[in-house]
Ligand binder design. Structure first.
Ligand SMILES: C[S@@+](CC[C@H](N)C(=O)[O-])C[C@H]1O[C@@H](n2cnc3c(N)ncnc32)[C@H](O)[C@@H]1O
Length: 299
């Protein structure tokens, strides 16, 4: 008689039936964490799958779990719930506060803000008298969010076209080129937490090109991307942004916290074309050993 495979306890410990539909903060956090665990494992398994048949079964289990959790839509919905003001609000609050501190909220003309990786269409609705926000996402969840790959924006049209660009939890989320464009939600999920270092660097370069002189770039990252990466730390990131032509204006994180926020300003005198990128920024440079994550940015 053929052996029946015992159904495993979910790797994430997250039950698909109870959590994927709930909007309780604990549940959404658990589902998001669950997704991250599964996606990482899925991406790792996909790398070795070719010659190891037993891994195929493991991968199938993981893909089933991802599907049971509701796929990308569920993940994005949960992240959007996490952004709600009743949950402490999204990172846009920090950007708005910094802009107000700089007295930038009384402009002659509304500030044009490009919000990359928007899960909600109305994050800047309260500031509509001084901010004209354009939310975009690879996989739009709302008719008012333009479905658009930032990396494929028309260069000519967007060059020096934006006063502010927001990359909140996007640099750590850039899918591999193959999975961008015509992706199924599942193949997209597979690479969601394994950022492609070159595209992350390209995103920062494009942000520079797309901002007006003196324009601001807001970056939010999971703290561990800088505090516990093999290839990146606070100093390295600051040097890299300097090289790109950005001056740091604000930085916020706290010990034991989960996030780090930056506000950079495009230097007007910087001439990217003539800058030679030092070697250490154009390849992965190991900064520290041990049990670390692999988040990196390559210019
Ligand atoms: C973790 S969510 C971040 C959501 C929100 N900005 C926040 O701070 O919570 C990352 C989003 O970035 C989007 N994204 C990643 N790369 C992108 C790209 N090249 N162009 C547009 N959106 C992108 C993904 O589709 C995803 O919805």
């Amino acid at each position: 008689m053929p052996k029946t495979r015992k159904r495993k306890v979910p790797i994430t410990g997250v039950s698909s039936t109870s959590n994927a539909t709930s909007s309780k903060p604990k549940s959404s956090r658990a589902v998001i964490r669950g997704f991250h665990v599964l996606l990482k494992q899925q991406a790792q398994l996909q790398k070795v799958i070719v010659d190891d048949i037993s891994k195929k079964t493991e991968l199938a289990d993981i893909e089933r779990e991802i599907e049971e959790l509701g796929g990308l839509e569920s993940y994005q919905r949960m992240s959007a719930i996490g952004q709600g003001t009743d949950r402490g609000g999204g990172s846009e609050k920090i950007l708005i506060r910094w802009l107000k501190d700089k007295e930038l909220h009384k402009p002659e003309k509304k500030l044009r803000l490009l919000e990359v990786g928007a899960l909600k269409p109305d994050n800047y609705a309260d500031c509509s008298s001084w901010i004209k926000a354009t939310p975009i996402d690879l996989n739009s969840q709302h008719p008012s969010i333009m479905e658009q790959d930032f990396l494929l924006l028309d260069h000519k049209q967007n060059r020096e076209n934006w006063d502010i660009i927001s990359l909140s939890l996007v640099l750590n989320f850039v899918p591999e080129p193959l999975n961008r464009g015509e992706f199924s939600s599942l193949s997209f999920l597979a690479v969601i937490v394994i950022s492609c270092s070159y595209d992350t660097g390209r995103m920062l370069r494009l942000s520079y090109d797309f901002l007006v002189g003196g324009g601001h770039l807001f970056v939010a990252l999971p703290l561990s991307c800088l505090s516990n990466s093999r290839y990146l730390n606070f100093d390295f990131f600051s040097d890299l942004m300097e090289i790109l032509g950005f001056s740091e204006r604000q930085r916020h994180w706290r010990k034991g916290g989960k996030m780090v926020y930056y506000l950079f300003q495009k230097r007007v005198d910087a001439r990217m074309e003539s800058i030679t990128v030092p070697d250490r920024f154009s390849k992965k440079t190991i900064l520290r050993q041990g049990n670390r994550n692999n988040f990196s940015i390559i210019l």
